[in-house]
Ligand binder design. Structure first.
Ligand code: NAP
Length: 239
C-alpha cells in the first residue's frame, strides 16, 4: 500500500497486532500516517512486527487483553507516546475447539476472556479518552461464526455472538459522543488461526482484505455509520 497520509494526526491501537489480520491492519493504518500502537502476548513476534512496520510513529506493548491493568496501560501508552486515542481495533482473538462435554473450563475461560471480556476491558479504558477527544472509532473483529454456529465451536461461536451483541449495545451507547462503533465479521481468513494448516487455502480471504474494510470504515463520511460488515471470500470452496 502507498502512504497517503489521510490518517495523519490520528492515533490507533490494534490489539493482536503482531501477526495475521492485526498486523495487516496496523500496516494499513501506518501507511495512511496514523500513529499506531500494536499489542500482543508474545514479545518476540511483537518486536518483529514493530520492526516490519518501519520507522514511523509505532509503539509495541506486551499486553494481555484479559487483564484490565494491561489494557489500561495500553491506552496510557497511546496517550503518553502520541497524545490521545482516535481508533481502537479490537482484533486480538483466540480459538479453542471441542465439544462442550470435552472442553476444559480453562479453554472456555480463555476464549470468552479474550474474545469478549478482553474487548470490554479495552473499550472501558479507551472510551473516556475518546470522549475527551470528541469522538473516535471502535472496530471489533468478530466472525461469521457468531451467526453460523457449528459443532465443536460452542466457546468460539458464543464469544463472537456475544461480541456482536456487545458491539450493537455499545454503538447505541456512545454514538452521541461522536464515537463510531462497528463490528467486522469475516469468514475464513488465511492466517493460520488456531494452528490451522492453510495449504490449498487460496480461496480464503487475505488478512489485507479485512484491513481494507477497516480503512474504509475509518474513512467513511460521518453522516452515516456502517455498523456491521460481513466479509466473505467471493468464491468459497464448493462443498
Ligand atoms: N483467521 C480467520 O479465519 C478469522 C475469521 C474470522 C474472524 N477472525 C478473528 O480475527 C481476529 C484475528 O485473527 P487472526 O486470524 O489474525 O489471528 P492470529 O493470526 O492467530 O493472531 C492473533 C493475534 O491475537 C493476539 N492475541 C491472542 N490472545 C491475546 C491476548 N490475550 N491478549 C493480547 N493479544 C492476544 C496474538 O498474539 P500472540 O501471538 O502474542 O499470542 C496475535 O497477535 C480474531 O479475533 C479472530 O477471531 C479470524
Amino acid at each position: 500500500m502507498t502512504r497517503d497520509n489521510s490518517l495523519s494526526g490520528k492515533v490507533a491501537i490494534v490489539t493482536g497486532g503482531s501477526r495475521g489480520i492485526g498486523l495487516a491492519t496496523a500496516k494499513a493504518l501506518v501507511d495512511r500516517g496514523a500513529a499506531t500502537v500494536i499489542s500482543a502476548l508474545h514479545e518476540e513476534p511483537l518486536s518483529a512486527a514493530r520492526r516490519a512496520l518501519g520507522d514511523g510513529r509505532v509503539e509495541a506493548v506486551r499486553a494481555d487483553v484479559q487483564s484490565p491493568q494491561d489494557t489500561a496501560r495500553l491506552v496510557e501508552t497511546a496517550i503518553r507516546a502520541f497524545g490521545g486515542l482516535d481508533i481502537l481495533v479490537n482484533n486480538a482473538g483466540i480459538g479453542r475447539f471441542g465439544d462442550v462435554a470435552d472442553l476444559s473450563t480453562d479453554d472456555w475461560n480463555l476464549v470468552v476472556g479474550t474474545n469478549l471480556t478482553g474487548v470490554f476491558h479495552c473499550c472501558h479504558a479507551a472510551i473516556p479518552q475518546m470522549r475527551q477527544r470528541g469522538g473516535g472509532w471502535i472496530i471489533n473483529i468478530s466472525s461469521l461464526a457468531g451467526i453460523n454456529a457449528f459443532k465443536g465451536g460452542a466457546a468460539y461461536c458464543a464469544s463472537k455472538a456475544g461480541l456482536d451483541a456487545f458491539t450493537e449495545a455499545l454503538m447505541q451507547e456512545v454514538r452521541y459522543d461522536g464515537i463510531r462503533v462497528a463490528v467486522v465479521a469475516p469468514g475464513s481468513v488465511r492466517t493460520g488461526f488456531s494452528g490451522r494448516d492453510e495449504k490449498g487455502a487460496d480461496w480464503k480471504l487475505a488478512a489485507e482484505d479485512v484491513a481494507q474494510v477497516i480503512l474504509d470504515l475509518v474513512e467513511h463520511p460521518t453522516r452515516s455509520l456502517p455498523s456491521r460488515v460481513e466479509l466473505r471470500p467471493s468464491q468459497p470452496k464448493k462443498a
